[in-house]
Design a protein around this ligand. Sequence first.
Ligand code: DMJ
Length: 632
Amino acid sequence: MCPKTSKTTPLLLIGGIGFVIVLVGITGITLINNINLSNIIRLNEKVASDSVSASDNQIKELNYVNNHPRNIYLKLNDTQASDYDDEGQQGDEAAPEADGRATVLLEPPKVSAVIGSGPKEGGLQATNSNEKPSVVAPRPVLPLGWARDMSNSSASGKGVIDYPKRTRVVQMMEHAWHNYKLYAWGKNELRPLSQRPHSGSIFGSYDLGATIVDGLDTLYIMGLENEYREGRDWIERKFSLDNISAELSVFETNIRFVGGMLTLYAFTGDPLYKEKAQHVADKLLPAFQTPTGIPYALVNTKSGMAKNYGWASGGSSILSEFGTLHLEFAYLSDITGNPLYRERVQTIRQVLKEIEKPKGLYPNFLNPKTGKWGQLHMSLGALGDSYYEYLLKAWLQSGQTDEEAREMYDEAMVAIMDKMVRTSPNGLTYVSDLKFDRLEHKMDHLACFSGGLFALGAATRQNEHRDKYMEVGKGITNTCHESYIRAPTQLGPEAFRFSDAVEARALRSQEKYYILRPETFESYFVLWRLTHDQKYRDWGWEAVLALEKHCRTPHGYCGLRNVYQPEPQKDDVQQSFFLAETLKYLYLLFSDDSVLPLDEWVFNTEAHPLPIKGANQYYRQAPVTLPVSNAS
Ligand code: DMJ
């Protein structure tokens, strides 16, 4: 037995040890696996809970609903989103939620404008239920309801949301955004045909997310909450101009990036946007280091080296560029408490106020070293346009206190009316370019914003020009509409001419393209708000159908190479301003007047609405501090 036992014992021992090793091994692997697995599960849970709490916090922080202009209440509900046909007819009566996105609750703001007999009277009245109403500051405010006063009460559709049509615009925005997200997320723009990013444009080749920053306030206004959050998240995590050596256009960067961030700050009060707006503006400041204070056009974000475009007359800066900084820089000073930004644009203002103006007009080119005009070319289109816009709007933005801006605007308009506004043989009103003493009977698509500008200027000041300017505003808008409907695509060319032979038609091949520009729709929107004439909505709807027919592709929207061809070639670029401006103005055209009322908001030239001081509770003014910016 013993020998047998002694033989089997080692075998058993070895077997036992082996068993234990295998057992320990299996247990160990299982344990390790379990540890890994539970770690991963825990990690995932953490990520999920972080992102939930981040987004909860974000909601709290953003106070998304409560802080929204006019308390837009989000209702994500797709059920009736496609309940329309191409004529914009809806089967049933439009229900309040028919566009499934945003319902406007007319909860009164805590501070409301109280109006005296004119713009110089009145003050602000607190209507917070805890306080006795009292005048807190006697300062000029826009006459309450000036926009409504201009309306024709017999016109149909006054103040009513056109849900089916507005829904279509929201769906266009979703299509543009989702395809950008799919193929170009974080890059500047989308190439819809090639399904890849568009780089190397005015934004340079860095990934600045131009479409995100430019389009985000439109998403917010439309109530596209998830998309808005994605964009905000990207800005928080990725958007920075530090450590990159990009040569940026001061103008484009200001109107799209600074302007976009400022609007988002006004809407939400989220400090992220104020920080980013200031961050971007600080990168632009070296461009202002010139003998006159007129900034250069381009600045390198790393070195601060600044320069002008080689092609601009005699090393000049461009009127529409250095003249289109005022709204953003002034507002940035007010929300940061740092006066430096306003000082920079006020210097530009003083140069332009004091300089001699040929025939009362502003040429497009000004040398930042000598302070002298370059070529005497004048335009309300390319190179000039938004300078005039910012004169009127600086006055509006200030709550009509910046009288200097209004005077400069009024004087410029008198000269433009006299020297540049003309009527064609068949009665079309247009704004011609002027080169030295010679009129060039051509109007850029860019100049089509001026229909709305003339009307807005007329609506906000009672003077001897008021009726005439309102008529000119309507006339220019009508002419721009004509330039659209005279093309088989029903979309307007980049520039159109007037001669004995043609009216409102492009003649040169390089003027026949359409790049999703907004200016004509901007004027439809402003005129709609001021007159409630149904034709502006009808014209906007024609444009929606034309955009859908010719510019929509399975992967986003493109411009057209020739609007006069029935089946035009597409240009493969979805411009960021298509989301920022074109779709925003179309959306507002079909909204009621309580969405961004024109006596509380003023749109920058990229359609980013900024609050009006003294009339808008979202102004968010900060106490003035000593300059803290180290950029100069
Ligand atoms: C936009 O960037 C702005 O509207 C600018 O003022 C002019 N050009 C484009 C749109 O056409």
